[in-house]
Design a protein around this ligand. Structure first.
Ligand code: FE2
Length: 362
């Protein structure tokens, strides 16, 4: 068994002295900052960069949700001849995934689609990740998820060189997050923890992190005004990342990825929507669902999750798609790699049935 956490984790508020010590050791001269326009406008990017001892940097602020292959390919081309020697990613999961992909492209020779099927040979530049959401944990995983814009599907780019070298967890960066983003990204983290816990690749190591994450996320996700809860949520979502980086995921993500790729549903929202019915489908395949129920002090995990979604104001599947879209989602789901770690086998009829239950048409 191999248990890997590819990133060094620096956690706690105002740990910028530690980060600056690393920056000075690396003697970085030209840094590319990857972020999105919203965070730039909020001043969050400036507030982080003001604390870092980096004098020369470019800002690339064009990351959109569900980042596309065309975008990361273009950005890498733009900066390839600018002698970049380090990257700083400030943002949520889309920014992290885009930054990891761009870093791969800056130091290797093909477009991103190539690396879906081929190993990434050269290490990237040193990448510092400052997550501003508590959800994807992309800052501590060896994966980048990029949308294939021609084929409308998510590509999973994996490997030792697909990573942030330093994950800087500063909970204060999440304090100003809008409630609906805290809710949806937190539900993504909860889905990571549950899917990793019941995965066919789960181990005692992943179980330990997954169970702590499940308990802490459900306890703190809706305490929006508590800084202590925001802190707990950030650490718990990271632990969920430790778990799923090793145990991988399952059917919820296998359905959520095509929902994002075809219909641009935000990743956390898609996971939250699908989680209850997938749990109901998988329930008899693993005793571990009973363990989760014990921890959450409920005798019905399905109802617990449905109620949680309602409390958090998670939208309905019918807000995004119609039943005629089920076919295309099911076909794409069956191509998703994480399906193989789901504790129960799945066929197309099963996926359509789960979508129908979630939609409320049966
Ligand atoms: Fe996820």
């Amino acid at each position: 068994m191999i248990y890997t956490i590819p990133s060094q984790v620096i956690y706690g508020q105002d740990k910028y002295d530690q980060v600056n010590q690393i920056i000075e050791t690396l003697a970085l001269e030209n840094v590319l900052v990857i972020t999105d326009k919203g965070l730039l406008d909020l001043g969050l990017v400036k507030s982080v960069m003001d604390k870092l001892r980096i004098s020369n940097y470019f800002v690339e602020d064009g990351v959109m949700p569900n980042p596309k292959d065309t975008y990361v390919n273009e950005v890498a081309k733009l900066y390839k001849d600018k002698a970049i020697d380090g990257l700083v990613a400030i943002g949520g999961g889309s920014v992290m995934d885009a930054a990891k992909a761009i870093n791969v492209l800056l130091c290797n020779n093909h477009d991103i689609a190539y690396y879906e099927k081929h190993p990434v040979l050269n290490p990237g530049h040193k990448l510092f990740a400052f997550p501003t959401t508590s959800g994807t944990a992309s800052e501590v995983t060896g994966v980048s998820v990029v949308t294939n814009s021609l084929e409308h599907r998510k590509m999973v780019i994996l490997g030792d060189h697909v990573k942030a070298d330093y994950a800087v967890l500063d909970p204060s960066l999440t304090y100003g997050l809008p409630r609906h983003i805290t809710a949806s990204t937190g539900m993504d983290a909860l889905t990571h923890a549950i899917e990793a816990y019941v995965s066919t690749l789960a181990t005692s190591f992943t179980d330990a992190h997954a169970l702590v994450a499940i308990k802490e996320i459900t306890e703190h996700i809706n305490k929006y005004d508590s800084e202590e809860s925001r802190e707990k949520l950030m650490y718990a979502s990271t632990m969920a990342g430790f778990a799923f980086n090793n145990a991988i995921l399952g059917l919820v993500h296998a359905i959520a990825h095509p929902l994002g790729a075809h219909f641009d549903i935000p990743h956390g929202v898609a996971n939250a929507i699908m989680l209850p019915e997938v749990v109901r489908y998988n329930y008899d395949s693993s005793e571990k669902f009973r363990v989760i129920e014990n921890i959450l002090e409920t005798n019905n995990l399905y109802e617990f999750l449905k109620t949680l979604n309602t409390q958090l104001g998670i939208p309905a599947l019918s807000d995004f798609i119609s039943p005629e879209n089920f076919e295309i989602i099911a076909n794409s789901t069956l191509l998703e790699p994480s399906l193989h770690m789901n504790p129960k086998a799945v066929n197309k009829k099963d996926v359509i049935s789960i979508l129908s239950q979630t939609y409320g048409v049966i």
